[in-house]
Design a protein around this ligand. Structure first.
Ligand code: ZN
Length: 87
């Protein structure tokens, strides 16, 4: 009788251990997923921040400088930086 109880205790603790391990694994996976999604969002926003559309010829180009007026590489005119909206 006592031995059976011991086995039952060991089995439940083993089950708990497996459940905790699975939960920990799921937590790690969720964290990794969230990290990846956040990183993707940030890199996308960074890419959009440097995107400039020429108002003269419509050329889309990247300019990492922070200046408000940039020179268009296609037509050579000075273009004012403005927010690029995705439709
Ligand atoms: Zn242009």
């Amino acid at each position: 009788m006592g031995e059976e109880l011991e086995i039952a205790v060991i089995q439940t603790s083993l089950t708990n251990l497996i459940i905790y391990n699975l939960m920990a694994l799921l937590g790690v996976l969720a964290l990794l997923w969230v990290k990846q999604v956040v990183g993707q969002r940030l890199s996308e926003r960074r890419r959009h921040r440097y995107r400039v559309v020429c108002s003269v010829c419509g050329q889309v180009f990247h300019d990492p400088a922070r200046e408000m007026v940039v020179t268009c590489p296609a037509c050579g005119r000075h273009v004012e930086r403005q927010e690029v909206l995705d439709i």
